[in-house]
Design a protein around this ligand. Structure first.
Ligand code: FAD
Length: 434
């Protein structure tokens, strides 16, 4: 049989530098064969043929491949179910160990358990590392050992738990002699994966210091570039969270806290995986949603007659991104003004967002619907008109996405906000009584 190798399995950590699991693999002594699997369990669930995420991953994998080939190595890129792919790899290579970075989503946990078992049955160790967060799992708990469900005390404890090592990089780029020397391996095209290329312009892979410095003053205005646009890079690990957090801690407290929200929701998903399907606060299971499909379609296509809501939905549909302030307003409008189940909106965002992250999306939707951890109280309902006056007073954002605004082609509001507000308060109060 061929020489003994270790595998490094890339998932949501698509970079060669400062990568914890990759560094461990490269230091272990056996030459490292990098692997990526286009997982059909995930791909088969995607609705759009030109899903932006497939193009984004493909692009960054190609960068990795080119980089590795410059060093005389390559990457094995497979398409299929991970268990089947591993069965095939085990029969083709002599594998000592498989290295990877941990992933905390319910599907990933199942997948990794199954993979570990399969590998162990074949005498191969499966080793996983913390890489996508600073604090994971039970790293930050209350003094009594239970998980936090309110953000501010979690954030304080999170910061107290920072040590000199927390942001220290894992410079995998310094060990790159450890890659297996091999001829270039085949690389599937997007078409071969069953998708079409999305010509989207992806956000730059660069930390925008100028924006971060004044983030607390600019972040709420969707008409300007006042946020970092790093979400997709953090989602797919094309940028290291350690590098980003170190800069955040040194530069802007408000931005630092937003990054801690990301870890808060990841922790919540880890501790309470039932939130994927159910409200965190179980009593809200009693809400009788209206779930009007015609209204839902108007919300999806940005035709509610509320310009900030419509501009947001059109930004999402056209670009795969929506500004955070507008995510809150559109989510509030769907759940409160239209009384539509937050899971409908969550699923729509999940299909469209380039930065889609189960934990943050679920957290954001449950926050807006008032059903989640540390959520907005149900009686605090965003007024879409006053939000617009406050955060897009000169209509920069609205005019960008709604060219027909202020013409006869723009629809009248599909619901009267004042009346909808009363209806929602009544519905929520009834749910809480039961
Ligand atoms: C209904 C709803 C759904 C959302 N869905 C997602 C999602 O699927 N994926 C996602 O990454 N974020 C989601 N968010 C959070 C937030 O809107 C985005 O992270 C942010 O808009 C991304 O833009 P940015 O990179 O410029 O962020 P910045 O404002 O520059 O923030 C820096 C980073 O901090 C993190 N972050 C910021 N705000 C939040 C937050 N409220 N919750 C969790 N993390 C945060 C992100 O990783 C972000 O890239 C959602 C928010 C709401 C209200």
């Amino acid at each position: 049989m061929a020489q003994t190798v270790s595998i490094f399995w890339f998932r949501r950590d698509l970079r060669l530098n400062d990568n914890a699991g990759l560094q461990a693999a490269l230091r272990n002594g056996n030459p490292v064969l990098p692997l990526f699997i286009f997982d059909t369990n995930i791909l088969n669930e995607l609705e759009d043929k030109d899903d932006r995420r497939v193009s984004f991953i493909h692009k960054h994998l190609f960068e990795i491949k080119t980089n590795l080939e410059d060093k005389g190595s390559s990457i094995l890129v497979k398409h299929g179910k991970p268990a089947e792919v591993f069965r095939e790899i085990i029969s083709n290579y002599n594998i000592a160990k498989v290295y990877t970075n941990r992933d905390y989503e319910p599907y990933a946990r199942e997948r990794d358990k199954e993979t570990e078992q399969l590998l162990n049955n074949n005498g191969i160790d499966f080793l996983s590392y913390k890489d996508q967060v600073i604090h994971e799992k039970d790293d930050v708990l209350k003094d009594d050992g239970s998980p936090y469900t309110v953000f501010t005390p979690y954030m304080k404890k999170w910061k107290n738990a920072i040590s000199n090592q927390s942001f220290q990089q894992h410079p995998s780029e310094k060990n790159q002699d450890g890659f297996l020397k091999i001829e270039p391996l085949p690389f599937p095209s997007i078409i071969e994966l069953g998708f079409e290329n999305n010509p989207a312009h992806f956000p730059e892979k660069r930390i925008p210091f100028d924006i971060i410095e004044t983030y607390d003053k600019t972040r709420d205005f969707p008409g300007i570039t006042g946020t970092s646009r790093l979400s997709a890079h953090l989602r797919f690990g094309t940028i290291s969270i350690r590098e980003v957090m170190k800069i955040a801690a040194d530069t802007n407290e408000t931005w630092y806290n937003e990054l801690i929200w990301r870890e808060f929701y990841m922790m919540i998903l880890w501790q309470y995986p039932y939130v994927v399907k159910k409200p965190f606060r179980k009593v809200y299971e009693n809400i009788v949603w209206r779930n009007n499909e015609e209204e839902f379609d108007k919300w999806c296509s940005g035709k509610t007659g509320y310009p900030l809501v419509d501009a947001g939905m059109r930004q999402l549909n056209e670009t795969g991104y929506m500004h955070n302030r507008v995510r809150m307003v559109t989510a509030s409008f769907l759940t409160k003004d239209l009384l539509t189940d937050w899971r409908w909106g969550e699923a729509y965002f999940a299909n469209k967002l380039l930065d889609y992250e189960l934990s943050s999306n679920n957290g954001g939707w449950q926050w807006a619907a008032g059903t989640g951890v540390d959520a907005a109280p149900y009686f605090r309902i965003f007024n879409p008109e006053s939000q617009q006056k406050k955060f897009d007073p000169e209509l920069h954002y609205i005019r960008k996405y709604i060219p027909e605004y202020h013409t006869d082609d723009y629809p009248d509001p599909i619901v009267n906000h004042k009346e909808a507000r009363k209806r929602t308060l009544k519905t929520y109060q009834e749910a809480l009584k039961r």
